[in-house]
Unconditional design. Structure first.
Length: 270
């Protein structure tokens, strides 16, 4: 799908959307977030990731939306489900969740031509202390990155806010994957790095839409992609966590398109 009619494009190829476009992003983002709210009841020991994905597929269809991931580069699922040391792009399948497993569920819907993209963490059963701390640091890092969003700041400011906090907690930021622009397309410029230097990179302007989605490891930052060409895991098999919001830059700051309507964005809430 193309968004050539939406605003101008910066020299870095970043589309500047009109104020009227925010409504469509809020609607798509709210649907994706609502589906993830409803998935909390379906994450428990003994559940399979394939069944979670089946439920998500049905919910997307029932809402009159479509999945951005089904058919994307050959992918055949409505979600990515990344368990424990899987960093991102975990493929749903016959894996049975065990007590204490942590998982990220990532969903992107298309509603009225707009893409709503978000992910959050869940726990099956009891949450261990080390996993709880990892999840909290990752959530806090996301929110610190979002707080750096305002016109005149740079994408380097976002990355620096995330990296400096995570490393102060003796954890590491994954460098092999990043956030991205979106709108009427799934992936577009810019690449939103979760590390960086202040005042570096393109400047933020009102009307930019993009995701911020830091992946944080308890161990080292290096990853590897498995033979399925999708699943990325930590090389040292340490636990990994991720949260993702879709953001729009306003004249004075930001709007989050994917806020949880039920207040369940964090697995210990609600």
């Amino acid at each position: 799908m193309d968004d050539k009619h939406d605003g101008r494009v910066t020299r870095e190829g970043i589309r500047i959307h009109e104020r009227t476009d925010f409504a469509g992003m809020h609607t798509a983002g709210r649907l994706a977030a609502t589906i993830l709210d409803e998935m909390a009841a379906h994450v428990f020991p003994g559940q399979t990731t394939a069944e979670i994905d089946r439920i998500i597929t049905d919910k997307v269809a029932a809402a009159g939306a479509s999945s951005a991931t089904i058919g994307y580069r050959g992918y055949q699922h409505a979600s990515c489900i990344s368990v424990n040391h899987v960093v991102c792009h975990g493929i749903p399948g016959d894996k049975v969740l065990k007590d204490g497993d942590i998982l990220n569920i990532d969903v992107t819907v298309i509603l009225d031509g707009w893409f709503g993209d978000t992910s959050r963490m869940y726990v099956a059963g009891n949450l261990s202390r080390k996993a709880e701390r990892l999840i909290q640091v990752t959530y806090d890092a996301l929110m610190l990155g979002i707080e750096a969003v305002r016109p005149g700041n740079t994408f380097g400011d976002i990355g620096h806010a995330i990296q400096s906090y995570v490393e102060s907690q003796r954890m590491s930021v994954v460098r092999d994957f990043c956030g991205h622009g979106l709108g009427r397309v799934f992936h577009a410029p810019p690449n939103v790095l979760h590390y960086g230097r202040p005042r570096h990179g393109p400047r933020l302007e009102e009307g930019m839409f993009f995701t911020i989605e830091p992946m944080v490891n308890l161990g080292r930052p290096e990853t590897k992609v498995l033979a399925d060409d999708w699943t990325a895991v930590t090389r040292d098999k340490s636990l990994s966590a991720q949260f993702e919001h879709s953001i729009g830059v306003t004249d004075s700051g930001f709007e989050i398109f994917t806020l949880s309507p039920a207040g369940r964005f964090h697995p210990t809430w609600g």
